[in-house]
Design a protein around this ligand. Structure first.
Ligand code: PRP
Ligand code: HPA
Length: 182
């Protein structure tokens, strides 16, 4: 695992990420400041973004979490497994989903549909990074708020894992071909 980090390419430093989250927080504030929203951290990947973003939002809000997973420590996604539903009622709420990455978009599309079924009034989404390729789901092409864009490589750091490790990596990294088998 030490080699995975050593051989990876750093795409964004913590300083660049912080500036991008600042800019995204301003955009979110301009749309959501008067909505008393419910922020839903999409576990596990959304945890670092939630921790960095929430203190930059200077308006009243609730925070809860939802856990659904599609990759389960693999490098490619499959069917979505639901693990934990939020304890907070979504009825009539403006919900902001927070996740680390919008890759094919299946995860956020499914969680968004579920939130609407639970009676959410509006569902917005914010992601740290959008991976650029043409394999996006038909439902949603991008999140409502996106901090950064990255090339079509396997990413880790700031919430994104490599086989369960390195969510804590100090930046956003692209794994080397040697570690992704490409
Ligand atoms: O846009 P998609 O192709 O659906 O992929 C994005 C999702 O994949 C990752 O979650 P994962 O299933 O790996 O669970 P995790 O958050 O526990 O890592 C990530 O955190 C997003 O939720
Ligand atoms: O590139 C990725 N890295 C980590 N987790 C992910 N989940 C979807 N795509 C990715």
């Amino acid at each position: 695992m030490l080699d995975v980090l050593k051989q990876a390419e750093c795409l964004y430093s913590p300083k660049q990420i912080d500036a991008a989250i600042d800019a995204m927080a301003e955009k979110i504030s301009s749309v959501m400041a008067d909505k008393l929203p419910l922020l839903l951290c999409v576990m596990n990947g959304g945890i670092i973004l939630t921790g960095h973003l929430a203190p930059k939002l200077s308006f009243p809000l609730h925070i809860d979490y939802i856990h659904a997973t599609r990759y389960r420590e693999q490098l490619t996604g499959s069917d979505l497994h639901w693990r934990v539903s939020p304890a907070t009622s979504l009825q009539g709420r403006a919900v902001l989903l927070l996740d680390d990455i919008f890759d094919e978009g299946e995860t956020l599309a499914a969680i968004r549909r579920w939130c609407l079924e639970q009676g959410a009034a509006d569902v917005y989404s914010a992601v740290l990074v959008d991976k650029q390729h043409d394999r996006k789901t038909a439902d949603i092409k991008q999140a409502d708020f996106t901090a950064l864009y990255a090339e079509d490589k396997y990413l880790f750091g700031y919430g994104m894992d490599y086989k369960g490790f390195w969510r804590n990596a100090p930046g956003i990294f692209a794994a080397s071909d040697a570690h992704t088998g490409s």
